[in-house]
Design a protein around this ligand. Structure first.
Ligand code: ATP
Ligand code: MG
Length: 363
């Protein structure tokens, strides 16, 4: 899935809340990479709840147009959502995934060697377009006066095969990245591994198709994926094992709903939401996004942890083929985490700016 580019135009969508504080931190880090990447150009773009309140649209057409026509990639900050349903408002991030066909949500969850806590170095690859999230729900009255609600779950071989392929390719790429000189020290030391997460013992048809499709991708590309170990884990036992022994997982691929749940769960293994990066990826576009939300409780105080965004930038660059640049960022982040320079969410006393400065100094 690596799309090596000669230019690097990045659409920057800080959106709401701390997105406006952490995205500039990521930008500073990308700018500091010098010749490791083509000269980056950042294009500020509007979206979000505040934008909706100002101009009536959460995702302006112009933002979509610029992303599609002018950008190689994008970085998204975070979006506030109203707690009640507001007519005309819908999440710009969901819309962006649709417009740009970002069918995968990829979330590496990693701990840093030399720090307390379990040894985690896994990536959750979540299918992002179907499963129960097609939102085909229905509620009916039954003759006895009670109600029945039914949700339809869609699993297609096409979507399952493309997410599986992305997971296998990612496992290969991570293997290659671990082997490059200057790579950060990682806990996962074995050959690349893909764990297919499903529940086909109960949902034999839908999860059965997901599982079979993933297996098929492997079988049909055996030459390419011969170095990848394939595992399976029922989603319930995945949760148990991920909490007991997270170190046994490398890349894990799951349908939408399970992926949503296990990726939040996995993020809890490493201490703070402020550390966990993600990319939304498709075959033609990739968008980095910290996993956390807009954190209104700490907005405007310069204490938000910028690391999730900075790691999202690294993940984005590795996706585009700039392994060395990504490695440099990740090594610098690990060094700063080990040094104890930290924002309050990690028990530290440092500001967003101080943590970012420390990372820049380490680059
Ligand atoms: P949203 O509705 O936008 O998701 P939220 O209130 O759920 O907003 P989250 O961003 O999901 O807020 O964060 C949950 C908690 O984690 C909050 O207390 C927030 O302050 C904290 N948090 C999230 N991200 C960070 C970060 N980057 N640095 C420090 N603390 C964070
Ligand atoms: Mg939240």
């Amino acid at each position: 899935a690596a799309l090596k580019r000669t230019s690097l135009k990045i659409g920057m969508i800080p959106a709401d809340g701390i997105g406006k504080e952490v995205l500039p931190a990521a930008q500073r880090v990308i700018e500091a990479l010098g010749s490791a990447i083509p000269k980056p150009e950042f294009i500020p773009l509007a979206a979000g709840w505040e934008e909706f309140n100002k101009n009536g649209k959460a995702l302006p057409d112009e933002t979509v147009r610029v992303l599609k026509e002018e950008c190689d990639a994008a970085m998204f900050g975070s979006v506030s959502s109203p707690s009640h349903k507001v007519p005309g408002y819908s999440s710009p991030i969901v819309a962006l995934r649709k417009h740009l066909d970002l069918y995968a949500n990829v979330r590496p969850v990693q701990s840093v060697s030399g720090t307390p806590g379990p040894d985690v170095n896994m990536v959750i690859v979540r299918e992002n377009t179907e499963c129960l999230y097609v939102k085909r729900e229905e509620i009916k009255d039954l003759p006895d006066g009670s109600k029945i609600a039914i949700a339809e779950r869609q699993i297609t071989s096409t979507a399952s095969e493309r997410i599986a392929k992305l997971a296998f390719e990612l496992a290969l790429r991570r293997g290659a990245e671990r082997a490059t000189p200057g790579a950060p020290e990682t806990f996962w030391k074995g050959p690349p591994q893909v764990t297919i997460v499903h529940k086909s013992n109960v949902l034999a048809v839908t999860d059965g198709l997901f599982r079979e499709s993933a297996r098929k991708v492997y079988e049909e590309n055996k030459d390419r994926y011969s170095g990848v170990k394939v595992n399976e884990q029922l989603v319930d036992s995945f949760v148990y094992r991920a909490f007991r022994e997270p170190e046994i997982f490398d890349v894990c691929v799951a349908p939408n709903l399970y992926g949503d749940i296990i990726s939040d769960g996995a993020a809890a293994l490493v201490g703070s939401l402020g550390l966990v990066p993600s990319v939304n990826a498709g075959d033609n576009f990739v968008m980095g996004e910290p996993v956390h939300g807009s954190a209104p409780d700490i907005e405007g105080k310069n204490i938000a942890n910028p690391i999730a965004s900075i790691r999202s930038a690294a993940l984005l660059l590795s996706w585009l083929g700039y392994t060395d640049a990504a490695n440099r960022i990740n090594v610098a982040v690990d060094n700063v985490i080990r040094s104890g320079i930290a924002t309050p969410d990690l028990g530290g006393k440092n500001s967003t700016t101080e943590v970012t400065d420390a990372i820049l100094k380490n680059l």
